[in-house]
Design a protein around this ligand. Structure first.
Ligand code: GDP
Ligand code: MG
Length: 439
């Protein structure tokens, strides 16, 4: 699926210490295929790829220390933007009682969604009122009544023979009498869009001036859902879309295209048949779930805040000149705290990602604070010249830091090991190694 495809592209990009325009283009070609295969509108794919490319081949990305990660970050941001950037909730402004009108083709999920929204509104402390305005299928009214009693929300009792406009008008009055402030209008659908249906819906819209009109579209139908949204929007000027059946094996194309094609946001997604299977739609969360990384957000935060590029460059310079003192070691530890492990940090330095020993040096939080305490208990001179730390100094440091001599010994051993490695690398030339080792 889309997530798997994008993930494999990103793995390749992330593994590369340096990126070229060619690397990026190869990666983007795969992203393009993945999106088309997910049934995203081709025009949108084209623009999307062009936008990403423009940002990705920018000098500051290619020259950054983590170009692969920067590209992933750009894709994530552009995906979020494509889907509308920020969460759009129901529009419930206007004089109470307000109405929310649900429209869509037959079987798209309107009636089910009406009940789901009733549950959602109730949780927000509102008093919903379900209105059966689908008069063509008697079963539709029964379906809504059943759902209403299930979720304990009143359903307007219409008389047989009433037309949809009268039902919606009278439901307003009834809602007020029953102390309800939010009407959910469950309108009729057809198998295909036709003029009679549109006229009926326009009639309801004019009669009750709903605060929000939501198109319920079946995510499984991919681009059809997008076309349907466009048609309904042209006639009704909808406020947003609810994509139903996202729990099925929808390919994601509709979710990615609707906002860009229609200009209308997705407000909710339906993720099951039950009345609680409705989720608020958040473009950023959707983007991270499409990218298949639950942790993409924290990952990006890491790329942004911890990998302060200047600091990393500074560190590289110090390492190269063998000037990496215990003090630097301690500062790095503080950074590592935010990162998880020393291996992660070292991977950010060009060339270091490949050094096997680094990966084995995982340290936990408790250990880190002890290491910090030990270094803090040293004199400035000791931190600069670790060689002078003899037995009696070790005892003093252990006592001062509330640790043991063994721990002090281990820290010094770790540090000298790092320094040995650094010196070895420096002999070969850090730069040369950094670039040369990359595929
Ligand atoms: P309507 O004709 O637009 O009112 O559609 P319905 O509400 O009657 O739903 C049609 C079918 O789709 C029913 O079997 C629902 O249970 C099912 N359905 C609606 N929403 C979802 C959803 O989000 N996920 C799944 N899996 N099924 C849904
Ligand atoms: Mg229905």
């Amino acid at each position: 699926n889309l997530s798997d495809k994008l993930n494999s592209v990103f793995k390749k990009l992330k593994g590369q210490g340096t990126l070229t325009e060619k690397n990026i283009d190869d990666g983007l070609k795969e992203v393009r295929f993945a999106l088309l295969e997910a049934d995203v509108h081709y025009r949108i794919v084209k623009q999307f790829i062009a936008d990403i490319r423009e940002r990705a081949v920018g000098a500051d990305v290619l020259e950054s220390l983590t170009p692969g990660q920067q590209v992933i970050k750009i894709v994530y941001e552009e995906l979020t933007r494509l889907m509308g950037e920020t969460r759009q909730d129901l529009n419930l402004t206007g004089q109470a009682p307000v109405s929310v009108m649900l429209v869509g083709l037959q079987g798209s999920g309107k009636t089910t969604t009406a009940a789901k929204l009733a549950v959602y509104l109730k949780k927000q402390g509102r008093k919903p009122f379900l209105v059966p305005a689908d008069v063509y299928r008697p079963a539709a009214i029964d379906q809504l009544k059943k759902l209403g009693s299930q979720v304990q929300v009143p359903v307007f009792a219409s008389d047989p023979g009433m037309n949809p406009v009268d039902i919606c008008r009278q439901a307003r009055v009834a809602a007020q009498q029953q102390g309800c402030n939010t009407l959910l209008l469950d309108t009729a659908g057809r198998l295909h869009i036709d003029e009679a249906l549109m006229e009926e819906l326009v009639g309801i819209k004019q009669a009750v001036s709903p605060s929000d009109i939501l198109l319920v579209a079946d995510a499984m139908t991919g681009q059809d859902a997008v076309n349907i949204a466009q048609s309904f929007n042209e006639r009704l000027d909808i406020g947003g879309v609810i994509l139903s059946k996202m729990d099925g094996d929808a390919r994601g194309g509709a979710a990615l295209s609707i906002k860009a094609v229609t200009g209308r946001p997705i407000k909710f997604v339906g993720v099951g048949e039950k009345t609680n299977a409705l989720e608020a739609f958040h473009p950023d969360r959707m983007a991270s779930s499409i990218l298949g990384m639950g942790d993409v957000l924290s990952f990006i935060e890491k790329a942004q805040s911890v990998v302060d590029e200047k600091k990393a460059a500074d560190l590289e310079r110090k390492l190269r000149k063998n000037e990496f003192t215990l003090e630097d070691f301690r500062d790095q530890m503080t950074q590592i705290r935010k990162m998880g492990s020393i291996g992660d940090l070292m991977k950010m330095i060009p060339g270091m990602g490949k050094v096997k020993q680094m990966k084995d040096m995982e340290v936990d939080d408790g250990q880190l604070s002890r290491i910090e305490a030990i270094i803090n208990s040293m004199t400035a001179e000791e931190r600069r010249r670790h060689a002078i730390i003899n037995g009696s100094r070790r005892k003093r440091i252990a006592k001062g830091s509330g640790t043991s001599v063994q721990e002090v010994n281990r820290l010094l051993k770790d540090y000298t090991q790092v320094m040995k490695m650094v010196k070895k690398i420096n002999k070969g030339g850090m730069r040369g190694l950094g670039r040369g080792m990359m595929p």
